[in-house]
Ligand binder design. Sequence first.
Ligand SMILES: NC(=O)c1ccc[n+]([C@@H]2O[C@H](COP(=O)([O-])OP(=O)(O)OC[C@H]3O[C@@H](n4cnc5c(N)ncnc54)[C@H](O)[C@@H]3O)[C@@H](O)[C@H]2O)c1
Length: 357
Amino acid sequence: MKNLVFNSEQDSVKISFLEKTGEISTLIPNTNKNFVILDKIVLDLHSSFIDELKAKSCSFFVIDAPEKQKNINTCLEIINMMQKLGFNRSDAVIGIGGGAVTDLAGFVASSYMRGIAYFQIPTSLLAQVDASIGGKTGVNHGNIKNFIGSFYNPKEVFICSEFLNSLDDQEFLNGFSEVLKHCLITSKASLMNLKELADEIQNREPNILLKLIEESINIKAQIVTEDFKEKGKRKFLNFGHTFAHGIESVNSETPILHGHAVLIGMLMALDYSKEQGSLSKDSHKVAKEILKGFKYDFTSIKLDANGIFEAMKSDKKNTLGINLVLLKEIGQPFIFEEPSNENLKNFIIKFINDFEE
Ligand SMILES: NC(=O)c1ccc[n+]([C@@H]2O[C@H](COP(=O)([O-])OP(=O)(O)OC[C@H]3O[C@@H](n4cnc5c(N)ncnc54)[C@H](O)[C@@H]3O)[C@@H](O)[C@H]2O)c1
């Protein structure tokens, strides 16, 4: 087992990397009582691991529909239950599931009696490489995602590759977009390494995956350690995301996988970087080929240039113009404030025409 410890704000966050779920329960510290907030699918697919937790002094709250239940009503239901069971500051919350469950569990932990210990067990690739790092917790409100929330670090995160075996291919790729993104914004060598390891990655070889997840976590951890509240460098993590939010917005009636929208968003950001003269033709070609080498299924994604552009215009992160993260080179991101709406709109129209050919 490998460990990584990084400092975030005043906290020290420990991350343990494991191949087998059986190793986790022995490592969870013996707090007085644990309140486990758990994804139903994980309960069904990894029941022996959950049985081991049951042997510890744990109470359980099972989430059947993670994104739907990621709201303040679920938090209140959990908080009421914890109160009735007499949970106090010497106890802990454990979140087990994808990012929706771990965001919700982290928010409960941060608000219960002004904060009790939180242990995070992310079970989707997206939650392991992205949602588990950086201390963002929260729930949706009305139809606005993550509108209510806090910055609150877990005491420890347990990353276990065995959980990833039960993800279907597209859910796996959903999280893999963040691994690709972390490489694109920090290192050409790491991106080339993903190309070399493409077969092992798609076959989910545990030792390869754990190494890549660790690298990805290290990249995000370094960025959020420097800029916890997203005032500077952390904005680079939005690479591809401004376009992706536009794509998600035009698909809001039949929601699509976030990572798939991000993958298209990153292809757009690469093209736009080349168009602005910042990214060389060679690097652009290499990066696009690598992204396109993974078997993303985009068939259910609707691309409507006008809708994407309008949604991007209303992004809360904009300043005078629309803010985009572009690349000077693979591994060298910068913030570009697009002064001309016309340019951007024409670019989106052209990108979609070429993409759909
Ligand atoms: N806090 C952050 O910094 C941060 C960053 C990115 C995303 N997020 C949040 O994370 C959520 C998206 O994460 P997600 O894609 O993990 O969503 P999710 O939690 O909805 O999980 C996706 C699906 O995978 C299932 N699942 C989870 N683990 C599984 C496993 N091991 N085997 C089989 N199925 C499994 C879930 O039941 C669900 O159906 C969003 O709510 C988003 O806002 C938070």
